[in-house]
Design a protein around this ligand. Structure first.
Ligand code: ADP
Ligand code: MG
Length: 319
């Protein structure tokens, strides 16, 4: 690819780190993993029209491409360090590249994350970001590990991104509540500090990309347990409650994707300290249910009856 495009990306995302021996510009980057740390590695791909609406601003695409990956590191309790970026573009659009790189860099700077290389090719707009982070051996948070009697908790609020997507699909919205939800869709906040804070206390953790029911289901399968959720306890933003009725806001909180909050389980004795620490970090943590022996995820409605689960979150391969 044209050197000028890669150079624009390099300049706009510049971040020096001692552990980057060689960054963008050679055939491969050379990186030094700190002594006594394990490497946590993840990659996620975003395709225009599938993972973000076609008219999403370049700066938001750049932010989100990195955010969804940092969210995976957050869910492992890892500290972000480096990233690779594979960009497929329909044309060498400098304005798009600049906006994309700026959005990527805004988030990268918050974590002193260095973009150390990548690839640039022509084709339908597709972005793959790989991230690398550090975690002390044996300390990573995993999906497996939830125990019967654990409390199920989530950071932040649920359903905002799915609510924002519904608003976008209904047409242009610019009021404050709508803008808040659309911002939650376009600029998710990876809960990196929360993931680090949970390292010594959570038994299991996952980030919510496909919806609470689907992702908590992954914790349950990996841990060979089940979960019971109280619908009335689901944390919902005032914007979501202001624009959607109770049943629809509950449905998107249960099954809507793209929130990138953390769902985790902690033994009851750690609930109060986790709530206090995550409140200090700004995202907060809400108790939403408990881990039980009986497999599957069940949701109790406000009237005490079990809800029927006909929507299990977003599945890319569903017919
Ligand atoms: P090669 O032919 O060796 O793969 P490239 O021309 O693809 O070389 O890349 C040249 C340098 O620019 C490499 O160091 C590569 O990692 C980096 N690079 C290419 N595309 C990107 C990108 N989109 N973001 C960051 N670095 C990139
Ligand atoms: Mg290449």
């Amino acid at each position: 690819m044209e050197f000028s495009l890669i150079d624009r990306i390099r300049q706009r995302t510049a971040q020096s780190r001692d552990d980057v021996r060689l960054g963008i510009g050679d055939d491969a980057a050379l990186l030094a993993v700190p002594k006594g740390q394990e490497l946590a590695v993840a990659i996620d791909t975003m395709v225009e029209g599938v993972h973000f609406p076609r008219d999403t601003a370049a700066v938001d695409i750049g932010w989100k491409a990195l955010a969804v990956n940092l969210s995976d590191l957050a869910a492992m309790g890892a500290t972000p360090a480096w990233a690779l970026l594979a960009l497929t573009l329909p044309n060498a659009d400098e304005a798009f590249i600049d906006g994309f790189a700026d959005g990527f860099a805004q988030l990268a700077r918050m974590y002193r994350l260095a973009l150390v290389g990548g690839d640039t090719t022509r084709g339908a707009l597709t972005i793959s970001v790989a991230v690398y982070g550090f975690v002390p051996p044996g300390k990573a948070l995993m999906r497996a590990g939830a125990q019967v009697g654990d409390v199920v908790m989530v950071t932040g609020t649920l359903g905002d991104a799915a609510g924002g997507l519904q608003l976008l699909q209904q047409g242009h919205r610019s009021d404050a509540l709508s803008s808040y939800l659309i911002e939650r869709l376009n600029r998710p906040t990876p809960r990196v500090a929360a993931g680090l804070a949970l390292r010594e206390r959570a038994h299991a953790c996952i980030d919510i990309s496909d919806g609470l029911l689907a992702d908590l289901g992954h914790i349950c399968s990996a841990s060979k347990v089940g979960a019971e959720i109280e619908a009335a306890w689901l944390p919902r933003s005032s914007a979501l409650l202001g624009l959607f009725d109770d049943a629809s806001s509950r449905d998107v909180a249960l099954s809507g994707g793209d929130d990138y909050e953390l769902c985790f389980t902690v033994p009851p004795q750690h609930v109060a300290s986790v709530q206090a620490d995550l409140a200090k970090l700004g995202c907060g943590a809400t108790r939403i249910g408990c881990i039980v022996e009986r497999k599957g995820v069940k949701v109790r409605g406000a009237n005490g009856q079990w809800l029927e689960q006909d929507r299990q979150g977003w599945d890319h391969f569903r017919a």
